[in-house]
Design a protein around this ligand. Structure first.
Ligand SMILES: Cc1cc2nc3c(=O)[nH]c(=O)nc-3n(C[C@H](O)[C@H](O)[C@H](O)COP(=O)(O)OP(=O)(O)OC[C@H]3O[C@@H](n4cnc5c(N)ncnc54)[C@H](O)[C@@H]3O)c2cc1C
Ligand SMILES: *[C@@H]1O[C@H](CO)[C@@H](O)[C@H](O)[C@H]1NC(C)=O
Length: 626
C-alpha cells in the first residue's frame, strides 16, 4: 500500500516538471523531486497523506465541500470532527506536490497543471506591460489550493477591517469576536510571541520564522527605524510599522492547509480528487439543496446532500459554481440561458490588492538573493541534510511595512498602504521564475530589466490596502471548463491611483536612508518605456507605472459578499448562508464585504474556522461554539 502511494505521488509530480530556473538547469524539478523522495521521507510523509476516495464514493453525504483549498481543507476537516457525519471534499485538482514543501520551490507550480492559469481581460487602464496586455493570476488547482504555492506570510489584517464588517450588518464578525478563531487554528512556534494574548498555540496551523533571511531584510528593517517606524508584531495590538515576516511553516517547510488540516485524517472524510463541481442541484419548488454534480476525469457524477453544501472554490471560481447553479444576477443568468433560482449579486464586488510592480533598486553589496551566486552543491546539501539554507526562503515579502499615506488619518492605526519587499527582484534569477509569476511581456522585460540582469537588486511593491475600485467575475460560457471572465477594473476609481502614487514615495524614502545608501541603493536607471518622459520623483511617473506594471498581490475577494438581506449587493448572510437558499453556504475570500488590509490566506482560514463552527451550532443540539 505504501509503495503504491509512493509511486502515485511521484507520478503526479510530472505535472509540475517545469525546468525551475536557468540557474538550476543541471537539476530539473523531476531530479529534485527524486532526491527529495529519497533523502527526505519527512517531506514525502506517505503514511499521512490523505488518500483519494476513488470508487469508494458514497451516493449521499451529510456535507459536501466544493474546493479543497485554503478554506475548504479547514471546513472539511473541522466538520469531520463530528464522527457520525459523513463529509465529501471535492477538489478539481490532484494531490499536493512534494517539491513545493520546500519554500523556494513552491513557485514551480505556477503555469503548470496545478495552477488554474487565470488570465484577466485586457484593459487600456491597467496591466499594459503584461504579456498580451493581460494580468496573469496564479491560482492553486490541487489539494491545499493556493496555500500550496503562496508566499506563506502570516498576516491577519487590522482590527478596524473586521469592525467595519460587523458595522455593515454582520453580527459576530467584529475583531474581538474573530480573534478567537485566528487563535484556534494557530500553533505559534516563535518563542517571543507564544505568550502574546494575540497568538494561539496547539492548533493545526504551525507558524514559524523562516530558517533563512537574506541580509537585505535586516537592512530594510533598520531603514524603517531610520524613518521613525517601529519594528512591530503586525498581528499584535497595532499594525503600523515594519516587520520581518513570519510564515505558515512547519520545521522550516511549507505548511499548506492540506498539510495542516487534512493529513492523517478521519475515515468519515472522503476526498475526491480531479473532481470539478459543475453545479449545485437545488429543488426549485423548495429552494433547498439536494445534491452536487461534478466531473471526475471526464465522468459526470452526482452525490446527494443530506444537510448542506459549502462552496469554497476561491473568489474567482466560487462565482462560476453559483452562477451555473442558477444563483446570480437575473440579467446575466438570463443572457446565459440559465434558469434563475435566486437573483443575487454573485460575481460583483471583486476586490484585490494591487501594487506597483517593477520598483527595483540596485545595491553594490552581495546582500540580496542572486541565485547564480549560490554554490548549488552546498545549498542542496543544506536542504537535503540540514533542512536549512537559501532553499528555506521564499524570496519575496520577507518583510513588510503597513503605513499611512497622506490620504489616511495617521492617528487611526488603520494603514492604507503596504510595502512588500523582495530579495529576489525581477532579475536576480536571470529572468526565470519571477518573470513567469508576474507575467510582464518580453519587450518590457528587455527594455527595463535585461540591462541589469543578475545584479544585486531588491524590489519594493507599494500596495493599495483598501481599494475603492470594484471588478467582476462573469460567465463566458455555460461550459464549466471555460474560465470565467475576470475583470479586475483596477483604478476605475482614480483615487486608488492617487493613493498608490503617494505610496511609491515610501519606497524612494527607504532607498535614501543612510543604511541603504551605505549599500549604494539606487533605482533601476531604466524607466518604464511608456513613462520615460516623466521624472522618477513625480507622482505622475508612478501613476503611469501602476497602469503599466499593475502588480496584483493575488488577494481576490468579495465576489459573494456577506451582508444583510437589505443590502442589494450581498449574497450570503452573516452565517454565510446564501440568501434565499436552504442548505448552501459560501466560505472563502468571496464573502469579504470589503477586503482586509492584509494578505488573505490567514483571514480565509479564520473564516473557514468560523463557518465550520456555525454549521455545527446550526446542526447539533448541544454544541458549544469554539
Ligand atoms: C502567488 C500567490 C502568493 C500569495 N501569497 C500569500 C501570502 O504570502 N500570504 C497570504 O496570506 N496570502 C497569500 N496569497 C493569497 C492566498 O493564498 C489566497 O487568498 C488564499 O489561498 C485563498 O483561499 P481560498 O480558499 O479562497 O481559495 P484557494 O486556496 O484558491 O482554494 C480554492 C480551491 O478550490 C478548487 N476549485 C475551484 N473550483 C472548483 C470546482 N468547481 N470544483 C472543485 N474544486 C474547485 C481549487 O482547485 C482550489 O483547490 C497568495 C496568493 C497567490 C496566488
Ligand atoms: C483622526 O483620527 C483621530 C483618532 O481616531 C480622530 O480623533 C480625528 O478626528 C481624526 N481626524 C480626521 C481629520 O478625521
Amino acid at each position: 500500500m505504501d509503495n503504491f502511494n509512493g509511486l502515485r505521488l511521484l507520478r503526479n509530480q510530472g505535472a509540475a516538471a517545469l525546468a525551475l530556473t536557468s540557474e538550476l538547469a543541471f537539476l530539473t524539478i523531476a531530479a529534485l523531486d527524486l532526491l527529495i523522495y529519497i533523502l527526505r521521507p519527512d517531506i514525502v510523509d506517505i503514511r499521512n497523506r490523505p488518500p483519494d476516495i476513488g470508487d469508494g464514493l458514497l451516493g449521499e453525504y451529510d456535507f459536501v465541500v466544493i474546493g479543497g483549498g485554503s478554506s475548504g481543507s479547514v471546513v472539511a476537516s473541522r466538520l469531520a470532527e463530528i464522527p457520525f457525519w459523513k463529509i465529501l471534499l471535492l477538489e478539481a485538482g490532484g494531490e499536493e506536490t512534494i517539491f513545493s514543501d520546500v519554500p523556494a520551490l513552491g513557485g514551480g507550480n505556477v503555469r503548470t497543471a496545478n495552477d488554474w492559469q487565470v488570465e484577466a481581460e485586457p484593459h487600456e487602464g491597467y496591466c499594459r506591460a503584461m504579456s498580451k496586455g493581460r494580468c496573469y493570476f496564479p491560482q492553486g488547482k490541487l489539494l491545499g489550493g493556493t496555500s500550496v504555492f503562496n508566499g506563506m506570510v502570516y498576516v491577519r489584517g487590522n482590527r478596524r477591517d473586521y469592525d467595519a464588517w460587523a458595522a455593515a450588518g454582520n453580527p459576530g464578525w467584529s475583531y474581538d469576536e474573530v480573534l478567537p478563531y485566528f487563535k484556534k487554528s494557530e500553533d505559534m512556534r516563535i518563542e517571543r510571541l507564544k505568550s502574546s494574548e494575540y497568538h494561539g498555540t496547539g492548533g493545526p496551523l504551525t507558524v514559524e520564522e523562516s530558517r533563512y533571511y537574506p541580509p537585505i531584510i535586516e537592512e530594510l528593517l533598520k531603514a524603517g527605524k531610520e524613518l521613525g517606524y517601529p519594528d512591530t508584531d503586525i498581528n499584535g495590538p497595532t499594525q503600523m510599522g515594519f516587520s520581518r515576516s513570519y510564515y505558515t511553516m512547519r520545521e522550516g517547510l511549507r505548511c499548506s492547509t492540506a498539510k495542516a488540516f487534512l493529513r492523517g485524517k478521519r475515515r468519515n472524510l472522503h476526498i475526491s480528487l480531479k473532481s470539478m463541481a459543475t453545479r449545485v442541484i437545488i429543488d426549485p419548488s423548495t429552494n433547498r439543496v439536494t445534491g452536487v454534480e461534478f466531473d471526475r476525469s471526464g465522468r459526470k457524477l452526482r452525490v446527494r446532500v443530506r444537510k448542506e453544501a459549502i462552496v469554497t472554490a476561491g473568489a474567482l471560481r466560487t462565482p462560476q459554481v453559483l452562477l451555473l447553479s442558477g444563483i446570480g444576477p437575473r440579467d446575466h443568468l438570463t443572457e446565459m440561458g440559465i434558469e434563475v433560482i435566486a437573483d443575487l449579486a454573485v460575481g460583483k464586488n471583486l476586490q484585490d490588492h494591487v501594487g506597483i510592480g517593477g520598483m527595483t533598486f540596485i545595491v553594490d553589496d552581495p546582500i540580496t538573493t542572486v541565485l547564480a551566486r549560490f554554490n548549488q552543491l552546498q545549498t542542496l546539501g543544506q536542504l537535503f541534510f540540514k533542512n536549512e539554507g537559501p532553499y528555506m526562503s521564499i524570496g519575496a515579502a520577507e518583510s513588510s511595512a503597513f503605513l499611512h499615506g497622506k490620504y489616511s488619518n495617521s492617528s487611526d492605526d488603520w494603514p492604507d498602504v503596504a510595502l512588500y519587499t523582495k530579495s529576489i527582484s525581477e532579475v536576480n534569477d536571470g529572468g526565470a521564475l519571477v518573470r513567469l509569476l508576474e507575467g510582464v511581456s518580453e519587450e518590457f522585460y528587455d527594455a527595463v530589466f535585461r540591462p541589469i540582469e543578475r545584479m544585486d537588486s531588491y524590489g519594493i511593491i507599494p500596495t493599495l490596502l483598501r481599494p475603492r475600485s470594484r471588478g467582476s467575475v462573469t460567465l463566458k460560457s455555460t461550459d464549466p471548463k471555460v474560465q470565467p471572465r475576470i475583470e479586475p477594473n483596477y483604478f476605475s476609481d482614480e483615487r486608488d491611483l492617487d493613493v498608490l502614487a503617494d505610496a511609491a514615495k515610501f519606497g524612494i524614502l527607504l532607498s535614501e536612508t543612510k543604511v541603504m545608501k551605505s549599500h549604494g541603493s539606487r533605482l533601476n536607471p531604466n524607466k518604464f518605456p511608456a513613462c520615460a518622459q516623466m521624472d522618477y520623483t513625480s507622482e505622475e511617473y508612478w501613476k503611469c507605472a501602476a497602469r503599466e506594471f499593475s502588480m496584483s498581490i493575488w488577494h481576490f475577494s468579495g465576489t459573494a459578499k456577506m451582508g444583510p438581506r437589505s443590502d442589494p449587493d450581498s449574497v450570503v448572510d452573516h452565517r454565510l448562508r446564501v440568501h434565499g437558499i436552504e442548505g448552501l453556504r459560501v466560505s472563502d475570500t468571496s464573502i469579504m464585504p470589503t477586503i482586509v488590509g492584509a494578505n488573505t490566506n490567514v483571514p480565509v482560514i479564520m473564516i473557514a474556522e468560523k463557518c465550520a463552527d456555525m454549521i455545527k451550532e446550526d446542526n447539533l443540539d448541544d454544541y458549544k461554539a469554539l
